[in-house]
Design a protein around this ligand. Structure first.
Ligand code: GLP
Length: 248
């Protein structure tokens, strides 16, 4: 790595971060490789320990590096690229990438819909919904925390299904002949709460991507309202943009 520019108006930590990032992006540092420690960076660039730490911490919080206590800092596997356009399930998304989808069921219960779910699903607040909270896994690694709400009247008996290794979309299709054909979805950044952080194996306050989806069947009836918290350090959402008309 070249020396830093000490007389340029670019913070030293940022210059170190950029150097490391270049080495990761052009493959000189590969996933799983150990990167120089704080102490090594301090000596290599004649900077303070704090400056070296800031470079590593930023790369870590952006998902390029991960730390193992007592062992060092390593290059993370690249983020999963997730196109935003298709109405797909987590199971399909993971299988397409050759990863094994899985889930830990945190809650599976029937309960009154409550205000928000009722409004989005077009049902009474007192109507019963099936509420399913799952930690979604890819090859055993936590990727997202997901809470689905489905009116029980649309698909009774979901409580009996085993959601540890089965797709909700598949169960809806097989048990209730319900196929989701379109959805409205929003995406926003939120900081991880202590609970989210513990479940997703990230630090409290790490940016997560909150996705809310209301999916409908062919008759336009809302079937599910889902709140998904994706790990911001493991996902990169992509979308194709098409310019429809000149408006200049
Ligand atoms: C994704 C979506 C959810 C959807 C889920 C279904 O994770 N964000 O809105 O409910 O897929 O996944 P599966 O059919 O694998 O249970």
């Amino acid at each position: 790595m070249e020396n830093l520019g000490k007389h340029v108006p670019i913070p030293l930590y940022f210059q170190i971060k950029t150097r490391l990032l270049e080495l990761i992006e052009n493959g000189q540092f590969k996933p799983g490789d150990q990167v120089p420690s704080e102490r090594e960076l301090t000596e290599r660039f004649s900077v303070s320990r704090m400056t070296a730490r800031q470079a590593l911490t930023e790369l870590e919080s952006q998902g390029y590096l991960y730390r193992i206590q007592g062992k060092g800092t390593f290059v993370a596997t690249p983020k999963l690229e997730q196109p935003l356009a298709g109405l797909t399930s987590f199971t399909e998304d993971m299988r397409r990438r050759g990863l094994a989808p899985g889930a830990r069921v945190l809650t599976a219960q029937e309960a009154p819909a409550g205000k928000k779910a009722a409004k989005l699903l077009g049902i009474a607040e007192t109507a019963t919904i099936f509420r399913l909270e799952r930690l979604r896994l890819a090859d055993g690694e936590p990727m997202a925390l997901e809470t689905s709400h489905i009116p029980v009247a649309l698909c009774p008996g979901l409580l009996e299904a085993d959601f540890r290794d089965q797709s909700l979309y598949r169960i809806l299709a097989e048990r209730c002949d319900t196929r989701l054909v379109k959805a409205d979805q929003s995406l926003e950044a939120v900081p991880a709460t202590a609970y989210d952080a513990e479940m997703l194996h990230v630090r409290e306050g790490t940016p997560l991507l909150l996705m809310e989806r209301v999916s409908r069947d062919a008759s336009d009836k809302p079937v599910e309202f889902v709140r998904s918290l994706y790990r911001g350090d493991r996902y990169r959402f992509t979308t194709e943009l098409i310019r429809r008309e000149e408006s200049l």
